[in-house]
Design a protein around this ligand. Structure first.
Ligand code: ADP
Ligand code: MG
Length: 456
């Protein structure tokens, strides 16, 4: 261990880790949580704040840490991780970089002018890069989003990020916008959902203010449009969007989009728009795997200053997902119940919450199961093409509840029931509405199924 003492060696290791890990990963696992205890004769002892911290680092970062230490010491070392109570760990002595205040881009709290810029741009400060946890499923999208902040306009333009519900598309888009503002608070940037775009356009046409509308969407250097799938099937929106896109693109402005699936899979989307969407960089976010779900939960638990034992965290991560929103929902509920009752967060409490959350998570399954079991049928029976009487009413009731309680679109219900025509769904919903209005036996049945599906 020639030149570096153990403290400076660890500082150097941390500095390298900070560059290669996301801000949140670094903060959660390393910053103020680890220390080099000794470095003698090729054995390096690293103290970790908790058992869980130790296991996590050993399982995931041992190789990386060893590689850095070996390189810095120019020798091969054996790493030993031990648990060191938190109070023994000194916070890392970080010098603030006075000369270049823009350096710690993603960790600093936003200054008032940036705060204002964020609010005006309709951005939620909570969605930042520093609390976006990176794992295998989202690392490409994360890396590309950060690259766009560093070098916008050319390399990844347009950037399209796609993935299912709750995987972090909105978070990543907004984090990108936020980072752009952190660089330069005066940036002309607009973030909106494609629904806002549509509504603004319709309103502008009604009020004869299309000039203002165009000024709003075209006088920007960055346009971020979330959930572009909603413009599918809307001809005039697609038309306007196409021109907005072309106008910005031809002037070298940065466009960032999100979509809930591959644009190629969107029915009712004009080919020319599909081609625009996928003409730059396309990055997919996959559903988070168990490891990432755990990491996200841990970060949120830490943030909310909750005390939850690891087996419970694992149980939550195993039972919930893939939507990260579902994980957050469960955590929120657990925290609320524990707060209200003053009870510790234990396994039974978590299990009940998970059950509730699951039900909430998928109204389609819940409704289908409740309707089927009421009539002693199976969900598959209801989704089948069988037209005999015993299937028809139960199926219609399920459609009615999906419309009224879960507020699904007719089209979505039609797809769920094996690609039926959406007018069949409209007919079914109307029919059950009438039965419910009449208030006879059918109304009681509907109420019973509704209760079964939506209360626990
Ligand atoms: P989507 O837009 O893909 O439906 P969101 O971006 O709204 O998903 O994410 C749902 C919730 O999960 C948000 O509260 C978001 O902050 C959180 N979330 C998603 N991905 C991550 C991540 N990688 N790290 C931390 N939180 C995340
Ligand atoms: Mg979203």
């Amino acid at each position: 261990m020639a030149t570096l003492d153990k403290n400076s060696l660890w500082e150097s290791v941390l500095a390298e880790l900070q560059i290669s890990l996301s801000g949140a990963n670094f903060q959660t696992w390393f910053k103020g949580k680890t220390q080099m205890l000794s470095a003698n004769n090729g054995t390096v002892e690293i103290g970790c704040a908790s058992a869980y911290n130790k296991v996590w680092i050993e399982e995931r970062y041992l190789g990386k840490i060893k590689e850095i230490i070996d390189r810095l010491t120019n020798s091969s070392n054996t790493l030993v991780f031990t648990i060191t109570p938190q109070n023994l760990l000194k916070p890392p002595a970080r010098k603030r970089n006075q000369e270049n205040p823009t350096v710690p881009l993603f960790e600093e709290a936003a200054s008032p002018s940036i705060k204002e810029a964020l609010e005006t741009a309709n951005l939620n400060q909570r969605y930042s890069f520093s609390n976006f946890i990176v794992g295998g499923s989202n690392q490409l999208a994360y890396a590309v989003a950060k690259a766009v902040v560093e070098e916008p306009f050319e390399q990844y333009n347009p950037l399209l990020i796609y993935g299912g519900v709750g995987v972090g598309k909105t978070h990543l888009l907004q984090a990108t916008a936020q980072a752009v503002f952190l660089r330069r608070a005066q940036t002309r940037l607009l973030y909106c959902s494609s629904e806002t775009f549509t509504n603004d356009m319709v309103e502008a046409i009604q009020k004869r203010q299309t000039f203002d509308f165009r000024a709003k969407y075209r006088n920007v250097d960055f346009l971020l449009v979330d959930d572009v799938q909603f413009i599918a099937g809307r001809e005039s929106t697609q038309e306007e969007f196409f021109h907005t896109f072309n106008d910005l693109y031809s002037r070298g402005k940065q466009i960032i989009l999100s979509c809930d699936r591959r644009p190629e899979e969107l029915a009712n989307l004009q080919e020319r728009i599909k081609n625009r969407f996928i003409g730059g960089m396309v990055a997919k976010i996959d559903p988070p795997d168990l490891e990432l779900r755990e990491a996200i939960l841990l970060a949120k638990i830490k943030n909310a200053r909750l005390e939850i034992d690891f087996p419970i965290i694992r149980c939550l991560a195993e039972s919930l997902g893939p939507s990260i929103r579902e994980l957050e929902g469960a955590l929120l509920r657990i925290a609320a119940v524990s707060n209200l009752t003053g009870k510790r967060i234990d396994l039974p409490l978590v299990k009940t919450t998970v059950e509730l959350e699951r039900k909430k998570g998928s109204p389609k399954t819940v409704v289908l199961e409740a309707a089927a079991s009421f009539f002693s049928l199976t969900p598959a029976d209801l989704k089948s093409q069988q037209r005999s009487k015993e299937y028809v009413l139960p199926r219609q009731i399920a459609m009615y509840l999906l419309r009224h309680e879960a507020r699904l679109a007719f089209k979505e219900i039609a797809d769920y029931f094996g690609g039926k025509d959406h007018t069949t769904v409209i007919y079914s919903v109307n029919k059950v509405e009438k039965l419910v209005e009449k208030g006879g036996e059918a109304a009681t049945i509907v109420e019973e199924i509704r209760r079964k599906a939506f209360t626990s």
